[in-house]
Design a binder for this molecule. Structure first.
Ligand SMILES: *[C@@H]1O[C@H](CO)[C@@H](O)[C@H](O)[C@H]1NC(C)=O
Ligand SMILES: *[C@@H]1O[C@H](CO)[C@@H](O)[C@H](O)[C@H]1NC(C)=O
Ligand SMILES: *[C@@H]1O[C@H](CO)[C@@H](O)[C@H](O)[C@H]1NC(C)=O
Ligand SMILES: *[C@@H]1O[C@H](CO)[C@@H](O)[C@H](O)[C@H]1NC(C)=O
Ligand SMILES: CC(=O)N[C@H]1CO[C@H](CO)[C@@H](O)[C@@H]1O
Length: 947
């Protein structure tokens, strides 16, 4: 949510000119200077770089952590007028498990300089990885690391990886880092010599430090309108480097932008992709402007190889993508950050899967969410009071529409003082929550990082010295946000955790969460942080955090530190009430946020363009390791037409995080508001989502262990076709074989669907098999399909087995004991397989093995289910759950049997199926879900001896 109501008028005027609120590369000092540097270098054929590696400084370590690394010094040669001599930039290259390698470059003299502000830490910040990386040991072992090092006068090479299939060559002068797989070059860092590290220098001496390539634009001050008060106490400090992806046409990732999945060339514009977490309400589509979150991870993929680049930096960052090279030589990228150490990781492998696994092993996989959080969330700014909330709750029942969470935006709190309730509108939150609990529903309430001045919430923050501070006196900074004058919690400070824990357990005054138990969860908004009177809607860069670090250094990771603190506090609360998994939604995020939170794409608008762009945005989030993402269904700002709202629900059911939300000035638009036929169509879509929860949860489980995107780009399924790399409006639901292309055009009558591969695809519109199927024709890879407002175009790929739950229930919690419908879609050769993961859906017991994984397989001989489970407790709890129906669909029914022999738990029995044209259905076969079983076909009338 965003926009103070008073500003709404103003917003109408600025809409369409958002770019003036945010810096671009021309008016951002460090970006401007580095692009200038790059242009000078590129246009000077006799350019001799100022940077080189000192060959004598090389040393090789195999240190205590058994981490292989190479250290060396990079020398930066200054103009002869400078009396500083050479600048020493220590370089460390570490070989990480499997297929990753990390490069870190620091600046030696930072140990001994005196910055212009005594409160400021003068080092280059190197703590980004402490926040981004997961802290538990990775499951990878070191056994696979083999390092062969070869050195000569101008270079050193090492091969690494399980079979030493990867190698890195480090050239000293000019500096080049070349990464190969099976001897073939895949990536070169600094191929274009754009390496640049602006070393520390006193302002007065600046002129003597400039090389001919450098510009001194905005080094010590900032001309950009509302950032002119930035004191820039350490002067210019940027780090920049280019990366050439060899023979790669397509690169992905670096969210968050409201832009295409496949990244675009940016060389002709002043808008490189920018990563800077800002409150960009009413954002425009097809834009490289920064948004609420940042993940500086890029994936390059081509049929034979994939490369991941993780630029470990939490400062303002611009990324130029250059696709202008002739003959498909490469995609070139130029990464520019305002400050911090230069730190990046390269991950190389064959498929994007190899990358997802290694990247996830480092930053952590998405945590397995509770099942309820995968249901539908109903939000609005604001449900006014307890009566309103309970009325909405019962209207869902009246209209037979399932949902799991109702949300309260900022108006629930007294004067927007988080940790309080408005006594007039919410006199008895406990009563309200109990009422929701009757039907298994839950509540989410918002808690933002700005705390209004002059009440216990902020007083205590100031007393404990855990606020973000002003650079002038190192005292609490005060700015403006929702409640008016506010202070911000500094969750970089480890002491803030105890305070946050305390607040989430606080029960005095008007009892914030006292009495509220397991069905209340938290929404963290405005944590970029959004500051209404700050530059670019956010924090001044020279504010101070714990460790005397400037906000400039940590800006993009602040939001993560905040939602992690909330997550920890909620986990701690739940230890007493059943070890439940917290559900936290955050607007601002960084690499690693997936470990503790879900995200959504902020304040979008009720337009068809925003509906359409939501899909590439979610694909991007998925390949960047953060699959639990969504977009506000219906669009936050504005009033969607009935058709747009309906199409948005039909698309939203595929969002990993599925929430309807609306601005305070938008008209009510709950699913029953548009009336018939729309309400019924929306109900069908929601019921489809609920029927697929077992499939969605299984996809999330896979994601939480392998990094699999929940909505999966089609080039993850088939990398042989180069066309697949550019498709951004179709996707698979995990590895389930469910293939979808939502309708996102107004008044659509037909839709062209590009088929990802040669397999047969069974028509499965709205989750119902029609008996029809499609496959690629020799001359045509796509099919045209007629659609009307009811149609949710989808297919089940031949070779898949999925498990649905088809009974209507009011919420996911009430579905726990419902039976499954198994759908077996045979591939061209008559086989298929699939997975189902089940656990209690809400506690952490699954980490102790309290879960069941079922592998289904079908061949001509039999259909089998093979279950794996370590814990007995959960298994016992679902011993009553049955499979109520099995549908087998194939290309032709002559191969489909009619009679079956079923074996489970030592018992055998016969069963007759109902055969239609292309499918066979077995109703109530009497199978339990918690134990292995086999079904074998019987020739009709065959009498089986054993029975
Ligand atoms: C380096 O580390 C590996 C793995 O711990 C070990 O086997 C090896 O002996 C160590 N020392 C050297 C110099 O290779
Ligand atoms: C600035 O204030 C923080 C407490 O808010 C304190 O820990 C830190 O030492 C102070 N810095 C200096 C240089 O005085
Ligand atoms: C960051 O630098 C400090 C001081 O040099 C060092 O102790 C620490 O280990 C570094 N942290 C990382 C993550 O490299
Ligand atoms: C099912 O059939 C496969 C061959 O397709 C066979 O290998 C397997 O043993 C059979 N399983 C059972 C439980 O009969
Ligand atoms: C997208 C995808 O397929 N994810 C893969 C991530 O990595 C693991 C391990 O390599 C694979 O098993 C997953 O399938």
């Amino acid at each position: 949510m965003h926009i103070p109501p008073l500003l709404v008028l103003f917003v109408q005027c600025v809409y369409g000119v958002k770019e003036h609120m945010f810096k671009n590369c021309d008016n951002s000092g460090f970006c401007h200077r580095n692009r200038h540097f790059a242009q000078q270098v590129a246009s000077n054929p006799s350019y001799s770089p100022s940077y080189s590696i000192d060959g004598d400084s090389i040393s090789i370590h195999n240190d205590s952590s058994s981490e292989w690394s190479i250290s060396a010094n990079i020398k930066k040669e200054l103009p002869s007028e400078s009396d500083l001599g050479n600048i020493i930039l220590p370089l460390k290259i570490s070989f990480l498990p499997k297929n990753s390698i990390r490069f870190q470059i620091d600046e030696e003299q930072r140990q001994s300089i005196t910055p212009g502000n005594k409160y400021v830490n003068s080092q280059r910040y190197n703590g980004t990885s402490d926040w981004a990386f997961q802290h538990t040991a990775t499951t990878n072992t070191w056994e696979n690391v083999n390092l062969d090092i070869e050195s000569s006068k101008n270079k050193i090479s090492a091969s690494y990886g399980p079979a030493q299939e990867y190698s890195v060559e480090i050239q000293f002068n000019p500096i080049k880092f070349t990464i190969s797989r099976h001897g073939e070059v895949q990536l070169i860092a600094n191929e274009q010599n754009f390496l640049n590290i602006e070393h520390w220098r006193p302002q007065a001496e600046n002129a003597r430090h400039l090389t001919p390539e450098e510009s001194d634009f905005n080094m010590f001050h900032d001309d950009f309108q509302d950032s002119s008060s930035d004191t820039i106490p350490l002067g210019p400090e940027s780090v920049a480097l280019d990366f050439t992806f060899k023979h790669f046409k397509n690169v992905y990732g670096i969210p968050e932008h409201a832009d295409s999945f496949n990244l675009k060339d940016t060389t002709q514009t002043k808008y490189p992709y920018r990563l800077y977490n800002v409150d960009i309400f009413e954002y425009e589509t097809n834009s490289r402007l920064p948004m609420y979150g940042s993940i500086p991870f890029m994936l390059a993929s081509k049929p034979e190889c994939s490369v991941g680049l993780f630029w470990i930096n939490s400062a303002d960052t611009f990324i130029d993508v250059d696709k202008t090279s002739k003959g498909g030589c490469c995609t070139r990228t130029h990464w520019i950050s305002e400050n911090n150490v230069l730190d990046f990781m390269l991950i190389i492998g064959e498929s994007p899967n190899d990358i997802n696994e290694s990247y996830g092993a480092i930053v952590g996989y998405s945590q397995l969410p509770q099942v309820a959080s995968l249901g539908y969330h109903q939000c609005r700014w604001n449900y006014n009071d307890e009566k309103d909330v309970l009325e909405i709750n019962s209207l869902f029942d009246k209209h037979r529409i399932p949902y799991d969470y109702i949300w309260l935006d900022i108006e629930y709190a007294e004067s927007k003082k988080y940790f309080t309730w408005n006594q007039d509108t919410f006199p008895d939150p406990e009563r309200m929550v109990k009422e929701l609990d009757h039907t298994g529903r839950n509540l989410v309430i918002i808690v933002d990082p700005h705390l209004k001045t002059g009440y216990f919430g902020s007083d205590e923050l100031i007393k404990r010295k855990i606020t973000i501070n002003s650079p002038s006196n190192n005292q609490t900074y005060k700015g403006h946000c929702w409640p008016g004058e506010s202070v911000w919690i500094d969750t970089m400070n480890p002491s803030s955790q105890a305070y946050w824990d305390y607040m989430f357990r606080y029960t005095d005054d008007n009892k914030f969460m006292g009495g509220l138990t397991t069905n209340v969860q938290i929404w963290n908004d405005m944590n970029e942080p959004s500051i209404f009177n700050g530059p670019e809607t956010t924090s001044p860069r020279d504010l101070l955090h714990y460790g005397s670090w400037e906000h400039r250094s940590i800006h993009n990771v602040y939001g993560l530190t905040y939602h992690e603190a909330t997550y920890k506090s909620m986990t701690e609360r739940f230890t007493e009430t059943g070890n439940k998994r917290p559900f936290i939604l955050t607007r601002s995020y960084f690499a690693g946020s997936q470990r503790t939170a879900a995200i959504w794409s902020g304040d979008n608008m009720s337009t068809w363009e925003h509906l359409k762009i939501s899909i590439p945005m979610l694909l991007t989030s998925g390949v960047s390791g953060l699959p639990f993402a969504g977009a506000d269904v219906g669009g936050f700002f504005g009033n969607p037409s009935k058709e747009l709202l309906t199409r948005w629900y039909q698309t939203g059911i595929w969002y990993p995080f599925f929430r309807g939300h609306a601005h305070i000035d938008s008209r009510r638009r709950e699913p029953w508001v548009p009336g018939e036929p729309y309400t019924s169509i929306i109900r069908d879509a929601l019921q489809l989502r609920y029927s697929l929860l077992p499939v969605i949860y299984t996809a999330f489980h896979e994601s939480s262990t392998t990094g699999l995107p929940v909505i999966k780009p089609i080039f993850y399924e088939n990398r042989k076709d180069i066309e697949n790399f550019s498709i951004e409006d179709e996707f698979f639901l995990g590895n389930s074989g469910i293939f979808v292309k939502p309708v996102t055009d107004e008044a659509a009558e037909t839709i062209d669907i590009y088929l990802p591969d040669e397999e047969i695809y069974y028509e499965f519109d709205n989750g119902v098999l029609s008996g029809n199927s499609v496959h690629r024709q020799s001359d045509k890879k796509s099919v045209t399909k007629h659609v009307d407002i009811n149609t949710i175009p989808m297919y089940l790929k031949g070779g898949s087995i999925i498990a649905k739950k088809e009974r209507y229930r009011r919420s996911s919690k009430l579905m726990v004991n419902d039976p499954y419908h198994l759908i077996i879609a045979l591939d061209k050769s008559g086989k298929s397989s699939g997975k189902l993961y089940i656990d209690d859906g809400e506690s952490f017991d699954y980490l102790q093995g309290e879960s069941i994984s079922i592998e289904f397989s079908a061949t001509e001989e039999n259909i089998t289910a093979s279950t794996t489970s370590q814990g007995q407790k959960f298994q016992n709890s679902i011993s009553g759950v049955r499979i109520e129906q099995i549908t087998i669909i194939g290309q032709d029914n002559s191969i489909l049997p009619k009679k079956f022999l079923i074996t489970q738990g030592g018992k055998k029995w016969q069963f007759r199926g109902v055969t239609q044209e292309k499918s066979t259905t077995i109703k109530n076969p009497g199978l339990r879900v918690d134990e292995d079983w086999t079904i074998e076909p019987l020739v009709d009338n065959q009498v089986h001896d054993e029975l």
